[in-house]
Ligand binder design. Structure first.
Ligand code: NAP
Length: 342
């Protein structure tokens, strides 16, 4: 539930009365877990001193991600307390979202839904010139998850036939763009006709609706026979009841990589077809965010192929709740972004 800012009018005074030497405050959008359930509110936060080795980054744009309850991410470097990274001051950057001990920016640590953030300077990478801050803000979590699943874990090779399931979301469109740039034959599933039309027109790929009973038969019909009629690689984040079908439509020695389970874990049906896995020599691989070395490779891949992340919409920071509602209703095609431009 969103608490209107007006209810927090006294919040700053309350902080001042505590006799703390308040330097500056900034606006942040914060998730709180109360007894009666989660609440999201705008609140005022202190601006803190930048410790050694860290940088203060002014957020220009951030995008929404699921990753658990609320997860976040875009940026302009104001101050760096690390000589090695001094050259970044005044530059636009992207923030690599994994912090030292494997925690992700946005949870449990504070994320980028605030005007400024302090992060380790080593987590910053210059923004590709061909992207706007809003386009760059779409990259950190969705781009790195997709690159890891498709290329690092999935080992995609040019000319292979790949299926991207549930492609309408933030990761789905990155996966399609990366796979096409890699020279793969790309097919997809999606849940709605307008998404199917959009993806086919924009990326020149073919797809089917997973909402139709015989979607896998339809898929087999559109995959060219000379390519074997089946897939070398399936990248999925839906999980649930479709997993046995995904394994069924893989080629011998095919790879199934998953990085989420929007529909929950696979149904028991998979146990009945357990032998499929060894009979067909299938590989089943889980995948998560990539490491910083692969993150840098992904940014170079985006630069080399002039990839522009597909954005559903950008709204001003004050209207962030509209984006959360859209994500909840699964109405978006591509990334949902908030802008801090005044
Ligand atoms: N492990 C990681 O590092 C990591 C990182 C990011 C996300 N994730 C997880 O990956 C999933 C997708 O994330 P996202 O950011 O892309 O979410 P999103 O933008 O909200 O998209 C949700 C996705 O779910 C798909 N979907 C819904 N029902 C489906 C079904 N029956 N079969 C196939 N697909 C279905 C939608 O497909 P259509 O819109 O095409 O219908 C859409 O692509 C989430 O579960 C998220 O938690 C994991």
């Amino acid at each position: 539930m969103l608490i209107p800012r007006s209810e927090f009018a006294g919040h700053k005074d309350h902080i001042l009365n505590k006799n703390i030497s308040l330097i500056k405050v900034m606006k942040a959008f914060v998730f709180h877990q109360f007894h009666e359930g989660p609440k999201v509110i705008f609140e005022e936060r202190f601006e803190k001193e930048v410790p050694d080795g860290y940088a203060c980054v002014k957020i220009l744009a951030a995008s929404l991600n699921h990753r658990g309850d609320n997860y976040i991410m875009g940026s302009d470097v104001e101050e760096v307390k690390d000589k090695k990274y001094d050259y970044l001051v005044g530059k636009q950057v992207i923030i690599y979202p994994l912090l030292g001990f494997g925690d992700i920016l946005g949870g449990p640590n504070d994320g980028t839904f605030c005007e400024k953030i302090i992060v380790p300077a080593e987590n910053l990478i210059a923004k590709p010139y061909h992207l706007t801050p809003e386009q760059a803000a779409a990259i950190p979590v969705a781009g790195s998850t997709s690159y890891q699943a498709l290329i690092v874990r999935g080992g995609l090779r040019a000319g292979e036939t790949v299926l991207i399931t549930g492609s309408g979301g933030g990761c789905g469109l990155f996966l399609i763009q990366f796979a096409k740039a890699f020279g793969a034959n790309v097919f997809f599933t999606t849940g709605q006709k307008y998404k199917q039309n959009f993806i086919e027109d924009k990326f020149n790929v073919k797809g089917v609706l997973y909402t139709e009973e015989n979607w896998s038969d339809k898929l087999k019909q559109i995959v060219p026979k000379e390519k074997g009629g089946f897939f070398d690689l399936i990248v999925d984040s839906s999980g649930g009841k479709f997993v046995p079908t995904y394994l069924d439509i893989l080629k011998r020695s095919g790879r199934y990589v998953f990085f989420g389970q929007t529909l929950g874990p696979p149904s028991n049906e998979i146990l009945k077809n357990w032998s499929t896995i060894y009979v067909k020599c299938l590989s089943i691989m889980g995948s998560d965010l990539c490491n910083f070395t692969d993150f840098k490779s992904m940014i170079n891949f985006i630069i080399d192929h002039k990839i522009v992340p597909s954005i559903d919409s950008v709204v001003p920071f004050d209207q962030i709740m509209d984006q959360f509602i859209k994500m909840e209703r699964r109405e978006q095609i591509g990334k949902l972004v908030v802008s801090f431009a005044k």
